[in-house]
Design a protein around this ligand. Sequence first.
Ligand code: FES
Length: 327
Amino acid sequence: MISAQSWTEARVHALRDVTPTVREITLKPVQGAWLHQPGGHLQMQVLVSQGVTSRPHTRSYSLIGQPDGEFYRIAVKRLDEGRGGSKAMWQLAVGDRLRISEPQNHFALDLTAPAYLLVAGGIGVTPLVGMAQVLAKRDAPVRMLFGARSLAELAYLEPLQSVLKDHLKSAIAEKGEFIDFDAELAKLPPKALMYLCGPLPMLDAARKAWTQAGRPLADLRYETFGSSGRFAPQAFRVKIPRHNLDIIVPADHGLLDELELADVQTMYDCRRGECGLCAMDVLSVDGDIDHRDVFLSDEEKASNKRICVCVSRVLGEITLDSAYRAD
Ligand code: FES
C-alpha cells in the first residue's frame, strides 16, 4: 500500500509545447472536471516501459490555472534522465486515455496574508500560475520571481505578465542572473508568505535566507520535484533481506516504483519527497545516498539511516528493511 486512491478515466484533449522542453497536456475527464484550488495537483497512472513491456507507475502533476469544469491542464518537463514518467507523458497523443485521480492539494494558498512572494524555478511555475491569477484578481500585494535556464524556458510568461505586470521579475541563468533571496526578502513586509516551487538547491537557498531574515519557517510554503539530486541518476542495487529481494533499479526508474513492482508493501502519499511516509530504514549502504527529499533533516540525511524511496536514489548498493512484519 499505499495511499487511498480512486481513479477515473480522462482523454488527452490537446497538446501544446509551451517551451522547447515543457509540454502542456489538456485532459478531458470522462465524468467531468472537479473544481480545484490553486496549488492542487492530479495523480495519474503513466505507462513506463520496462524492457519489452510497460507497467503503470503513479506520477503527480500540478494543475495549471483556473478550473473551468470541463478540462484539467498540466505541463510536463521532458527529462531525459528522469524516472521514465516524463518520457511516457511526452509520447501521449490526442485521444489517448489514461487514469487520473481527483484533484488533491498539499500546497494550498492561504488567502489571509498581508503580502505574497511567489518563487518559481523552471517547471515549478505550474502551481504558481493559478496562485498569481487568484491573488491578482483579489488585488492582494503579490510579487513573483521566476528563475529559468534560458528566456525560452520561462513557461507561461504571458499569462503571468498579464496579471502581475511589473511585479514579475525573471532571473535567467545563462545570462548570469540569479535570485537574490536576501535582497528580495528585505522588501517583504512582516507576516508575508512565500510560496516556492522549484528544485532542491533553490529551496535550500530560499530557506537559508528566510531563516536568516528571522522569518518563521511556517510562512515559507513549498513544493519541490524529486528529479533534482546531487548526482546524475544511475542504476543501483537494492537488497531487502526480509523479502529475500535483490534487484537493480534502472537509471530511468524510481526506487518506489521498483519496490511496488516487486510486491514490497510500501507506504506513500505525496511521491514528491515531502510527507516522509515512504521513508525506509537503511541497514547498510555501500556507496552514497542521493537524498532528494525535503522531509528528512540535514542530520538525518547525513546519518544515512533512512531514505525516502519515492524520490531518493543511490550511488552503489543499499540494503533496506521494510515495515512489513509477518505477524
Ligand atoms: S511519499 Fe511522501 S516523501 Fe515519499
